[in-house]
Design a protein around this ligand. Structure first.
Ligand code: HMN
Length: 294
């Protein structure tokens, strides 16, 4: 499993000024993350607004990412969609363009029994030869992955891990124990990265990594080097930044504005995610400086 361990940036969307997917901006954003020590990118997840884009747009985003960084970064694609049919279409597309791994949330809106979620995921798994990472994010989907479903899915070689975005490190540890030492668990809540690692996570996938990749790479190295006190101090420092980011009308609007200050234009997030407000520009510029000097 060491081939997949590490830090994955949950990549943001990149639109032009009219709000359309901008492949050139996607390429620049992907390129920005090369050479920073991260293992790869998680494309089209929560931070990437996959759920706010149609299938065609999601394909355009992935194609631009693959053209730019294929072979340089490991690419996990979020292919979750409400209908199984669309999720399967996106899975097959991901395989066709050379992505490394697919991953999906359950279907949302309907309250589905576990058997329906299992069937939904199984169709994606069966549609390609790619490895699959379950995406568990109960606070947004309303569906909590049980250890029994995890155990059942993990029996298949293709199901290599879970992205654990729930906030309980107890559940995270239970997933790791259930899946076994060869089953990957990725920490989701960035503010608990170190806690997740200590309780068994193999790495992390996170949305705030996108404005501070070097800090999470360093935090991960400190953990691996068993320098726990320094790691705790760095996580505390990072959490100060995350706390500020979460105070804006939208987290991604704030993160994307910070990137624009570094010359990486990605446009505003798509509504209903709110754009950054002009009166917040100055404090975000301050925050950017603080992050850059850490
Ligand atoms: C993604 O799919 O884009 C993210 O990796 C999901 C990730 O777990 C984020 N969680 C949520 O959005 C609920 C975190 O990165 C989160 O944004 C961060 O910890 C700040 O709270």
């Amino acid at each position: 499993i060491s081939q997949y361990q590490g830090i994955y940036i949950a990549m943001y969307s990149a639109y032009d000024e009219a709000g359309n997917v901008d492949q050139d901006r996607v390429r620049k954003l992907a390129r920005y993350y090369v050479g920073k020590g991260v293992k790869g990118l998680y494309v089209g997840g929560s931070s990437g607004e996959g759920i706010l884009q149609n299938a065609e747009e999601r394909k355009q985003v992935l194609e631009a990412v693959m053209e730019e960084v294929k072979g340089e970064l490991t690419i996990i694609v979020h292919v979750g969609a409400n209908s199984t049919r669309e999720a399967v279409e996106l899975s097959m597309h991901a395989e066709k363009v050379g992505a490394d791994i697919i991953s999906a949330v359950p279907s949302i809106y309907y309250r589905l029994p576990e058997a329906a979620v299992e069937t939904h995921w199984q169709h994606m798994i069966d549609s390609t030869n790619l490895p699959f990472i379950i995406y568990n994010i109960p606070q947004t989907t309303g569906f909590t992955l049980s250890t029994s479903l995890l155990a059942k899915l993990a029996e298949q070689d293709k199901v290599i891990g879970v992205k654990m975005s729930g906030e309980s490190t107890f559940e995270l540890q239970q997933y790791k124990e259930t899946g076994g030492s060869m089953f990957l668990v990725f920490n989701g809540p960035d503010e608990q990265f170190l806690a997740g690692r200590i309780m068994g996570a193999d790495g992390g996938i996170g949305g705030t990594y996108g404005v501070m990749p070097e800090l999470f790479v360093k935090l991960n190295s400190l953990f691996i080097g068993n320098r726990i006190e320094e790691a705790q101090a760095l996580q505390t420092k990072i959490n100060g930044f995350i706390k500020k980011l979460l105070g804006y009308p939208s987290l991604y609007g704030a993160c994307k504005y910070i990137l624009s200050l570094r010359g990486i234009e990605t446009g505003a997030p798509r509504l209903p995610l709110l754009p950054v407000r002009p009166e917040h520009h100055a404090s975000l510029a301050e925050l950017n400086k603080d992050i850059e000097k850490t």
